[in-house]
Write a protein that binds this ligand. Structure first.
Ligand SMILES: Cc1cc2nc3c(=O)[nH]c(=O)nc-3n(C[C@H](O)[C@H](O)[C@H](O)COP(=O)(O)OP(=O)(O)OC[C@H]3O[C@@H](n4cnc5c(N)ncnc54)[C@H](O)[C@@H]3O)c2cc1C
Length: 418
């Protein structure tokens, strides 16, 4: 097995094991240790759950619930907040898809040869900047970087090397096993001063030295981080209304790399006639291999064979629907990104054949995404009440806020290291 998949085995069983191993450390130990990047093999204070969460081999809900079973909500506050960051970014991008369109346009813009060379040098870890070069190589080799290293790397890429942020975001997306259109694009924009307009993140040698246990103290870093700018974004679009559960009747279940855990999304009474798992190509083949795992689980849960097909196999999906004599394909919503685009194209082709594509949204997303209209700290204030309605009552105190009182939480102040 290649090294990344060795450390992150792409099965739900492996994700559950990682969660079980991490839960005892998700309280104060996490809050104390999460900012330190101890280097490859040393990322023990953080969960390393991101590839499983990214593809929903594990759901945010079960991770949060698992942590709350073991910890006092206040002790787990920091960890839960990080999981909520993920949800916040997803919801925000869902309502501001223009940001994803612009990112792709910037990424694909023609490059002068000097830029091409400088990007290649940065990606190869050949800039001569201590730490930065090590993180570039760690990313390519392992498919993972500590959160603080991602922040430092993005800051040095943009402000010291003067490279386009979208090309750095693209480098991350091509190699991170947790590569995510929302978390990645919006975090890079946050560092660049585009996301929280005018506020940038500057990596300093002292901060790097302190939080790498003295492993690195790079010289020659930029000492100022002037925010990048862009044309004003269009107004956020309202979240499209979607079904919360599939309609009754004969359906084909389509599973995608955006949510490889459909067993937990549908009631036991619902039964598809046929199942297709659409594997997405991705770094280290995590999602592709995880699709095989999802197919096995789905076949067992729904008592039907589940076929794995490549991402663009529209004809094969249409044929599978015909073979099963169904006129609807049910899929868990794919958030803004390549899979959502692929589903749009698929929908157009299916519609021509008289087959409907029905998107279903999980209640976690349905309750939380609409709250991501402003900054994260507003989102976090409103999240507890939404989660209480979803049965996670204890989370209200986990974020330090009582949904009834709506009071300001202890420790709610912004931290630059997130
Ligand atoms: C420039 C940059 C790019 C990033 N790109 C991605 C990406 O493509 N995909 C991705 O999942 N995360 C991304 N992050 C966020 C964060 O770095 C990772 O989620 C985290 O490092 C994953 O490691 P972990 O599972 O050990 O996290 P833990 O600290 O154990 O956190 C638990 C979970 O919470 C979520 N989480 C934690 N921190 C953040 C955060 N700052 N923002 C959003 N969610 C968070 C993740 O799902 C994570 O698995 C990026 C951050 C930066 C600064």
């Amino acid at each position: 097995m290649p090294e990344p998949l060795d450390r992150f085995p792409p099965t739900r069983a492996a994700g559950l094991q990682r969660l079980a191993d991490f839960v005892p450390h998700a309280g104060e130990a996490y809050a104390m240790g999460r900012n330190t990047d101890a280097g490859p093999g040393g990322h023990l204070a953080v969960s390393g759950l991101s590839p499983w969460l990214r593809h929903r081999l594990l759901t945010e809900r079960e991770v949060v619930a698992g942590v709350l079973e073991r910890h006092d909500p206040r002790a787990a506050q920091r960890f839960i907040q990080e999981v909520l960051w993920r949800t916040y970014w997803k919801g925000w991008l869902q309502m501001n898809p223009e940001v994803w369109t612009r990112y792709q346009a910037e990424r694909d813009a023609p490059r002068a040869s000097g830029l091409e060379r400088a990007v290649a040098q940065a990606e190869a870890g050949a800039t001569g900047i201590e730490g930065f070069d090590d993180w570039a190589r760690e990313l390519v080799r392992t498919g993972y970087l500590h959160n603080h290293a991602r922040m430092w790397f993005a800051s040095i890429w943009i402000f010291t090397l003067g490279l386009p942020w979208a090309l750095g975001a693209d480098f991350f997306l091509r190699h991170l096993l947790d590569g995510d259109p929302a978390s990645n694009t919006l975090s890079w924009r946050w560092v660049a001063g585009l996301q929280t307009v005018g506020k940038t993140y500057l990596a300093t040698p002292e901060n790097i030295q302190r939080f790498t246990n003295g492993r690195f103290k790079p010289r020659g870093l930029a000492t100022r981080a002037l925010p990048l700018s862009e044309d004003p974004l269009p107004a956020a679009r309202p979240l499209p209304m979607l079904e919360a559960s599939p309609p009754a009747g004969r359906s084909l279940l389509l599973v995608t790399g955006e949510d490889l855990n459909p067993e937990s999304a549908f009631s036991v009474a619902w039964q598809p006639e046929a199942i297709v798992v659409m594997a997405g190509g991705d770094p280290g083949r995590f999602a592709a291999a995880a699709a095989e795992d999802a197919a096995m689980r789905c076949a067992a849960r729904f008592d039907r064979p589940a076929r794995v097909m490549p991402m663009a196999s529209h004809d094969a999906i249409r044929d599978a629907a015909r073979e099963a004599a169904v006129d609807r394909v049910v899929v868990l919503e794919a958030p803004v990104g390549p899979m959502a685009d692929a589903l749009e194209r698929l929908e157009a082709e299916l519609t021509e054949q008289g087959i409907a594509l029905i998107r279903v949204r999980r209640s976690w997303d349905d309750r939380l995404w609409p709250l991501a209209t402003r900054g994260f700290f507003k989102f976090r204030e409103r999240a507890p009440a939404a989660l209480m309605a979803d049965g996670l009552r204890i989370l209200s105190s986990a974020t330090g806020i009582s949904p009834r009182r709506g009071a300001c939480p202890a420790g709610a102040s912004s931290s630059r290291s997130r």
